[in-house]
Design a protein around this ligand. Sequence first.
Ligand SMILES: C[S@@+](CC[C@H](N)C(=O)[O-])C[C@H]1O[C@@H](n2cnc3c(N)ncnc32)[C@H](O)[C@@H]1O
Ligand code: SF4
Length: 458
Amino acid sequence: MEISADFLHKYNISGPRYTSYPPANFFNKGFTTSDYISALRASNQQKPANISLYIHIPFCPQRCHFCGCSTVIAQRKLVVERYIQALKTEMKLVSSLLDDSRRVTQIHWGGGTPNSISMIYIREIMDWVRTHFTINENAEIAMECSPAYLDYRHIDQLSEMGFNRISLGIQDFREDVLKVVNREVPRHPVKDVVNYLRDKGFKGINLDFIYGLPLQTPESFRHTIEQAIDIRPDRIVTFSYAHVPWVKEAQKQLETIGLPDANDKMNLFLQATAQLKEAGYCAIGIDHFTLPDDDLTKAYTNKQLHRNFQGYCTLETTGQVYAFGSSSISQLWGAYAQNYKEIAKYMESVEACGTAIERGYKLSKSEQIVRAVINCIMCNGLLNLVEIASEFGLSIHELKELLSFDPSRFDDFIEDGLMNLDNNEIHLTEKGFLCARNIAMALDPALKTGEGIYSRTV
Ligand SMILES: C[S@@+](CC[C@H](N)C(=O)[O-])C[C@H]1O[C@@H](n2cnc3c(N)ncnc32)[C@H](O)[C@@H]1O
Ligand code: SF4
């Protein structure tokens, strides 16, 4: 696939990532704890089959300068212990509002770096989860880990606790790249760690990479991806570096070293895509590559891929997400609810009232429909308007009106080979997936635009 500088100039604009619809900048402080409690109760009737739990551990031993996540650095033991207690309090309250018959099919630990805290705390929380929720026998229990702090004995302990999925944040195999972004190198060879995880029965093993970091060149990144292919994890994610220095102050330090420009960055991605496909990986959704027999590949092939704030998942296992911990976002059918980002505020609030809602958003029926439309584009690259209309009991005319659907908005996309539009069906091409955010924007009736709100779309 060839991407010209003109193409990038045209499509690399500022826009939402659509990890949620409406995007997180719509969340507001008018959404209160009582709204959250009502949404929790209502969620028992809305798509009740599965429950997904998200547990946020914000702690990291040091800050990677590229990091866009919600983290706090090097906290004292007393703070971590207080945080663990707050998590338990929050879980107890939420579980008391959910129907006992509902089953947990997914538990995701993210951060921060969950594996940087003592395994004693992780076990304490897992025991608590088992006491307060009913876990499905084959639930996916996952943790995002940094290999800088991961030992084989930790893997043994996680396996004993029931963990069966792990994602390792690699970012780049080059030590000079890791050094300039202030990141520790893996403690053990990643290939040995992945083999060990496999022997322990972990599935869907994932490695995260980022392209667009300082010092990355086509040659260096080709070598990094070659190493990834040699390790052969089930999943590889190549995240486009999201540069948002107006939110993440530490990212400014990368500007002083020098970041690849949009053209160089795109070439890193295209080169990685070609290498991974050549090696037998399937490109699914945005930035994700999976082995043919992985669950996510099957879900993508069957157009059953789904997405939440934790990443891609299969529609079969995912449910509404009940989130715990600072900055975490519950994704319910009718509302999003986000906890305080600052851990002190989070802990104080939970200690006072059992919850820690800072802001959120109640979705109208119309927004629930637009969410389904945007998800079709972002996950499966296929939108059938007739199917969506029938799912929500609308005529095709009503659906188009709700979306302010204007076919002329797609003329450029079609002309540039990004998508097809036939019989009320939008189908993204391989090149079109690079611009999925742009195409989703053309279907978003409430789009807010402007530089400095969002990262770049390509
Ligand atoms: C919570 S971290 C993963 C676990 C662990 N903290 C680590 O770094 O290994 C989640 C992932 O987000 C990605 N990430 C973080 N900041 C990013 C940014 N600014 N742009 C794109 N991806 C980013 C990284 O690939 C990282 O592995
Ligand atoms: S990338 Fe991971 S380890 Fe680095 S600061 Fe962010 S959350 Fe922590």
